[in-house]
Design a protein around this ligand. Structure first.
Ligand code: NAD
Length: 317
């Protein structure tokens, strides 16, 4: 399928929508942004300009004014989407809200436009079944913030036109993102299922008093995460035994099976457990410092992206 991606609409300009605007404007698309809240429409350009300035200081973008010039704010959904080739929906993660906005987008969009939803885990079939042009809707799930972490999960609904996923994958790639395509819907997609497995184990280890939250975090930030920033779990184990993945599975398959058997009846994250983890976290980082710590995280991501680009280790952006 030949599809142009010159005009992009962003619907929902919170954390994720604003990040998407940077992704597409940086790649040369003209971007129109719509948010239902006036306050979000009024402030998003300042947030984008600040983020781009930070990125420029890290050497990740050049010519911020040219990027900003490609972004406009629309006062109505129709203005934002009616001429768009691609629409990235990033409203609240609630089925009723996603369904209502998808219906409105379906009514206002061109028949040949494509709509990607940023949904973190709700499959498109749960909110597009009765939407006009539902075959043009698909999930395009980013990682926050999308302008600094390139992964995008593309997940078709059963009725999504099968030609859309490969076209969207190419487009995301050309915009500097790193897409993966799932063959079918599954709750949590790939990324949050992997993250969920790690999180569930982290809560369980903390609950059992095996280690503090800080030390469990450290096992990732100063251990596993060092490799994970440029290679995944399969490549990691392939390189961790002289005979590769087969050898690794022979040596350690029994250990991992035994651990999995221990966790056959996972507990919910109980309020009492959450309170204990939160107490440790708030000691380490008072709530009023959360926003500045997010700024630190973003600067670390920029430095990491600059490093990956320079070494072209090709996880590279
Ligand atoms: N925050 C994350 O870490 C993250 C990561 C990946 C994906 N996502 C997904 O991206 C989506 C947006 O998340 P977020 O973190 O940006 O949320 P957010 O609360 O920061 O922003 C949502 C924005 O959508 C707007 N909105 C709500 N209803 C609307 C409507 N009907 N029309 C237009 N605008 C509307 C709100 O005014 C708000 O500005 C969700 O589906 C979320 O699950 C979030």
């Amino acid at each position: 399928m030949n599809h142009r991606f010159e005009r992009v609409a962003i619907v929902g300009a919170g954390l994720v929508g604003a990040g998407w605007a940077i992704v597409f404007a940086r790649a040369g698309q003209s971007v129109s942004i719509y948010d239902a809240q006036y306050a979000a429409r009024a402030s998003v350009l300042d947030w984008i300009a600040d983020s781009l300035s930070d990125m420029e200081r890290s050497g990740l973008v050049r010519d911020v004014p040219a990027i900003m010039a490609r972004i406009t704010i629309s006062d109505s959904l129709e203005d934002a989407v009616s001429e768009a080739d691609y629409i990235q929906e990033s409203v609240f993660e609630r089925v009723d809200v996603k369904r209502a906005i998808s219906q409105a987008i379906g009514a206002a969009m061109r028949a040949d436009a494509i709509v990607g939803s940023s949904s973190s885990g709700i499959p498109a079939s749960e909110f597009t079944s009765d939407v006009a042009k539902r075959e043009r809707f698909i999930i395009a799930h980013p990682v926050n913030p999308p302008h600094l972490i390139p992964l995008v999960e593309i997940v078709p609904a059963p009725w999504t036109d099968p030609s859309i996923a490969p076209v969207l994958r190419d487009f995301m790639e050309s915009a500097g993102q790193k897409p993966i395509v799932l063959s079918r819907e599954i709750e949590g997609f790939v990324l949050n299922r992997l993250q969920g497995a790690l999180l569930n184990e982290a809560w369980a280890l903390f609950d059992a008093g095996i280690a503090s939250a800080a030390d469990i975090d450290r096992s990732v930030s100063d251990g596993l995460g060092m490799r994970w920033s440029f290679m995944g779990p399969f490549e990691t184990i392939d390189l961790n035994a002289p005979g590769g993945v087969t050898d690794y599975a022979e040596r350690l398959g029994q250990l991992y099976h035994s651990i999995a058997m221990e966790r056959q009846h996972p507990e919910r994250w109980s309020p009492e457990l959450i309170t204990r983890v939160a107490a440790e976290r708030r000691d380490a980082l008072p709530l009023e410092d959360l926003a500045s710590r997010c700024g630190w995280r973003d600067r670390m991501l920029m430095a990491l992206t600059a490093h990956r680009t320079m070494t072209n280790g090709d996880a590279g952006a």
